[in-house]
Design a protein around this ligand. Sequence first.
Ligand code: FES
Length: 145
Amino acid sequence: MNRKDFIKGSCGVCIALSSGFIMSTLLESCNTSLSVVKTSSKNDVVSIALTEFEKGDYKLVRVSDYDYDLAIQKYPDGTYKTLVMKCSHAGQPLTRTGKNYYCALHGSQFDHEGHVKKGPAEADMMQLTTSVTDGHLIIHLKNNS
Ligand code: FES
């Protein structure tokens, strides 16, 4: 095998391996069945019908007039927790990875409850006051708990 054939062969292997890695990463991220609810707020309050949670205990909510997606977890006792998908380090939107959250800007990681797992972020994810009223989940965008 001459040098030219060796380089061609090596590049082919590298491309195949890297595309396989990228595909497996993409498939892994697709494996999480995310359900996105698109809505808007009124007077800084978001109302979501509880029927949205009949097919799953986790919802990603995209509010048209809010800068970050909301991650809502329903617990077996019927309570809900709303996390703002904003990195506490410098405000980068977070990505859900499995059940946790990742910041692509500087690499911070948060667990499924919004607690810092890895810095540079030092503070947990912001949590919003969330309650249940008349068959709806009520989320206060300005009143943090
Ligand atoms: S903005 Fe997220 S780690 Fe810096």
